[in-house]
Design a protein around this ligand. Sequence first.
Ligand code: VGL
Ligand code: ZN
Length: 204
Amino acid sequence: MADEALVVIDLQNDFCPGGALAVAGGDEIVPLVNDLIRRTDHVVLTQDWHPAGHSSFASSHPGAQSFTMIEMPYGQQTLWPDHCIQGSLGSDFHSGLAWTKAELVIRKGFRPDIDSYSAFFENDRKTQTGLAGYLRERGIDTLTLVGLATDFCVGFSALDAVSQGFKTTVRLDACRGIDLNGSLNAMLQRMRDAGVTLEDPLSD
Ligand code: VGL
Ligand code: ZN
């Protein structure tokens, strides 16, 4: 319908098997995402898009290990392997993704000092990406989210979408998670509590 959009989160090479921050089975969702793209009027993509030396990279913090936490001025931040560096092969969308129909690509994580999981707000929880305003101007009030990773960029995007007043569904069969120290179950619970509709046609 005209007031609905599909938001495809970070379906990029670095989050797929063989990539720098590979999510198990990340590439498996591509056919299903393509099917949803075909069936949805409006499609928006997000693209994780970091400058080299980004502050979320463990390599930018001497002695620090990937997948540990540090304190940033805006709060706790997980450190990651270098990934999705602007213009790199790893930052490209998966080659099988039928992305040409997308009306907007929201890039995020490009500020050197702030990471951005959500498609709406960066990790300082204040800096906006512009997506909410774009969707409102277009009269879109209902979102379906798919992509990578369930417990980080998809999850935080879904929580913010609800808080911004969008009717929000996450298609779990078209997502895959990282699951760092129980982060997947924790995020599923947070999404349920926030009023995100979780759909999994395979197990419903
Ligand atoms: C993501 C960690 C770092 C994601 C992006 O797309 O879920 N996770 N950057
Ligand atoms: Zn990132």
